[in-house]
Design a protein around this ligand. Structure first.
Ligand SMILES: NC(=O)c1ccc[n+]([C@@H]2O[C@H](COP(=O)([O-])OP(=O)(O)OC[C@H]3O[C@@H](n4cnc5c(N)ncnc54)[C@H](OP(=O)(O)O)[C@@H]3O)[C@@H](O)[C@H]2O)c1
Length: 237
């Protein structure tokens, strides 16, 4: 499918996986609305995207604030002229043991990763419904398929995203909205490198560009086809 002229919102699009997806989609002629908290990153990525010949805009807000998510996504929809695609990507990875991680940190991971995905999808849905079709890519993690030590909050948040996303798919496919649940394994980014999950070696470890190409190709499939769930791994990290 040709994606040229479509409008995509990419949450957490100022760096990491979100930025790579924004660039891959802009290279297909997709106009991009970026969100995040760091305005400097958002501004520079927006300029980079405009340089690729598409419309680009950003809105800075935190994913844990429902009102701010609603206002920010509506503002981007107005600037771009509607929404066709939501890449629900923003997330945090705070790692630590159940006994030692402060409850406030645990709650913040759930609030950002789970509630954030819910708020953004709820805010974007009326725009997709209005167009009569659209795509939502919810970025979960392999951590959401199986918990492990020192990742209880992150894994629980991502397991909940998988479940939320499957419910979303069941409800919204009837409006021709493809809801795609992705569970990537470790990819080189600030989150995974600072979290000590990988050294990010590009000869071995998945890079944000690999993830971005995958998302782009899933979205380019004929609209009658929907990849409901998918994982991506480094071959031999
Ligand atoms: N990297 C991996 O190994 C891996 C594997 C599986 C799944 N994932 C998932 O992929 C997604 C992207 O991760 P990444 O590796 O690119 O991480 P990253 O480099 O740490 O980037 C995280 C992104 O999320 C945004 N963000 C975080 N908290 C936010 C908040 N409260 N409000 C608004 N934006 C917020 C950040 O924007 P600001 O800096 O502007 O706030 C940033 O753009 C996450 O959902 C992550 O869980 C990553």
């Amino acid at each position: 499918m040709n994606l040229k002229g479509k409008n995509a919102i990419v949450t957490g699009g100022g760096r990491g996986l979100g930025k790579a997806v924004a660039i891959a989609l802009a290279n297909e002629g997709v106009n991009i609305g970026l969100t995040g908290r760091n305005e400097e990153n958002l501004k520079s990525t927006t300029e980079e995207l405009k340089g690729l010949g598409v419309k680009a805009a950003y809105s800075a807000f935190s994913m844990d604030d429902e009102q701010a998510v609603q206002v920010g996504i509506s503002a981007l929809a107005s600037k771009l002229g509607g929404i066709d695609i939501l890449i629900n990507n923003a997330g945090i990875g705070d790692f630590g043991s159940i006994a030692e991680m402060p409850s406030e940190t645990w709650e913040q991971v759930i609030k950002t990763n789970l509630f954030g995905v819910y708020y953004a999808a709820k805010a974007a849905y009326p725009f997709l419904k209005e167009k009569g079709e659209g795509d939502i890519v919810n970025v979960a993690s392999t951590a959401g398929l199986k918990g492990g030590p020192n990742m209880s909050a992150y894994a629980a948040s991502k397991a909940a995203v998988v479940s939320l996303s499957q419910s979303m798919m069941a409800e919204w496919r009837k409006q021709n909205i493809r809801v795609i649940t992705l569970t990537p394994s470790t990819i080189a980014s600030d989150m995974s490198i600072q979290g000590g999950l990988t050294d990010g070696n590009p000869d071995k470890v998945l890079q944000p560009e690999d993830f971005a190409e995958w998302v782009r190709d899933i979205l380019k499939m004929n609209r009658r086809a929907m990849i409901a769930n998918g994982s991506i791994f480094s071959t031999n990290p």
